[in-house]
Design a protein around this ligand. Structure first.
Ligand code: NAD
Length: 414
């Protein structure tokens, strides 16, 4: 069954309207909030290596910016719908306010399989896009960052093109750049580190033991593998991990260092010779304490939710659990730490990078880490306390906190 992500995003907002109404939030605001401010489609002709011209389509949705520039990632991927881009822009607005950053949400998505392009074609595509829309980008209004299949090199080409067009070196206009041109320290592992701290903070608040728990991780990419490396040091037992080719399971503990080496050699986790390989469907149903979703959207739905056994589900990916499945998990007493809290740390450090770029001043690693930990701890406590007070799940509590904050900004600006 195909689920429309934008409809899911709207449903998540409407699901908390009763709680917001109690707090004085008006329907007028909610109605406006359901729609992005602006959706743009740009078609870019790129001269390929064989001199043919190929046209690439970009979608871009700017959701809301009541208290700061629109922010989020540029994704290069062959599969996209306008609804997906709109949904991701909504989730970004919600996310930035759960952790109280002065930003709004947006999303870019270009329909391309970057693996089919040469390095020169990729550079031309990246620079062309900036030439096409640079008048809509500036550090105080709209600040792009990398996402799936985009990287520091691509951001570097973009900031270089932008700086040439506006006749000013402008490192605060794009984030996720290489460290040599103002990439904030900690950015590369911020999402995984933050996800781990949120989980640890949750266990602390519940006064529950973290050590000795069993963990399964869907996705051995940037977010999943870095998370595995970090959580391994905390005395938990990682028994399963996956990539697009399959899952690997070892009840006695997987060796993450060996898995990382395989991934660095462009191999799959399934190339490990000694472990049992199981299917994607089976891994979601594994009897583990913590299930980490770090690959794809829409993994736990009304179709498989009854079979999910993990007590704790951490969403490092965006939208891996559908709203219908959320309700069932909550009823069954399973805890979902939602994407808008669990993976908000990449954008937080992106924001730090933006600030440092605009100030033309570099924070040391300790300062970035200190600022990140303060925000992580406070946001997790805010969400935890509200969820307990209202007897709702953590996603709903995150929405209530975020939308109430945005309403306050909307009210004084409208
Ligand atoms: P990535 O491309 O580095 O890794 C994705 C991983 O998922 C790969 O190992 C891939 O093989 C695996 N995968 C793909 N299809 C799969 C399938 N059918 N079953 C199992 N595994 C599969 O991407 P990433 O940066 O790690 O991002 C992963 C998710 O986390 C995305 O939804 C992304 O939007 C979200 N996210 C990432 C960050 C970040 O900072 N990296 C921040 C916020 C959200």
């Amino acid at each position: 069954m195909t689920i429309n992500p934008y409809e899911s995003a709207k449903k998540q907002i409407l699901n908390v309207y009763d709680f917001l109404k109690e707090k004085g939030v008006s329907w007028e605001f909610i109605e406006e909030y359901l729609y992005p401010d602006r959706v743009l489609q740009v078609n870019i002709p790129v001269k390929m290596d064989n001199w043919d011209v190929k046209v690439f389509t970009w979608y871009r949705s700017q959701h809301k910016s009541y208290r700061g520039p629109y922010k989020w990632g540029i994704r290069f991927h062959q599969d996209v719908t306008e609804n997906e881009v709109k949904a991701l822009s909504v989730w970004m607005s919600v996310k930035t306010w759960v952790v109280d950053l002065p930003l709004g949400g947006w999303k870019w998505w270009i329909i391309v399989n970057p693996k089919e392009l040469s390095q020169r074609e990729l550079e031309e595509l990246s620079r062309w896009y900036v030439r096409a829309i640079y008048k809509y980008l500036w550090p105080d209004f709209d600040v792009p960052a990398p996402d799936v299949n985009t990287n520091p090199q691509i951001m570097s080409w973009m900031v270089d093109e932008y700086s040439k067009l506006v006749w000013k070196f402008t490192p605060g206009a794009f984030t996720g750049k290489p460290l040599s041109i103002w990439w904030s320290r900690w950015r590369n592992i911020a999402t995984s580190l933050g996800g781990l701290y949120v989980l640890e903070e949750y266990f602390d608040l519940e006064k529950e033991e973290f050590q000795g728990k069993t963990v399964a991780i869907q996705g051995a990419g940037n977010a999943g593998l870095n998370f595995a490396k970090l959580i391994e040091k905390k005395g938990v037992k990682i028994v399963a991990i996956s990539d697009s080719r399959g899952w690997i399971y070892d009840p006695d503990w997987l060796n993450i260092e060996k898995i990382e080496k395989l991934k660095q050699n462009k191999q799959s986790v399934t190339d490990l010779p000694w472990a049992e390989i199981i299917s994607n469907d089976d891994i979601l149903k594994l009897d583990v304490d913590i299930l980490v979703l770090a690959a794809l959207e829409n993994q736990i739905t009304s179709e498989n939710v009854e079979d999910i056994k993990a007590k704790y589900i951490l969403e490092l990916a965006n939208w891996p659990v559908s709203p219908e499945a959320d309700e069932v998990l909550f009823e069954k007493g399973q805890v979902v730490i939602p994407d808008i809290l669990a993976n908000a740390w990449g954008v937080t450090v992106s924001y730090f990078e933006q600030v440092q770029g605009n100030m033309n001043y570099y924070w040391p690693e300790s300062e970035v880490f200190e600022r990140l930990s303060v925000i992580m701890k406070k946001s997790t406590k805010d969400v935890y306390n509200l969820a307990k007070e209202l007897k709702i799940d953590f996603r709903k509590a995150s929405y209530v906190i975020s939308l109430e904050r945005q309403y306050e900004a909307w009210k004084v600006r409208k």
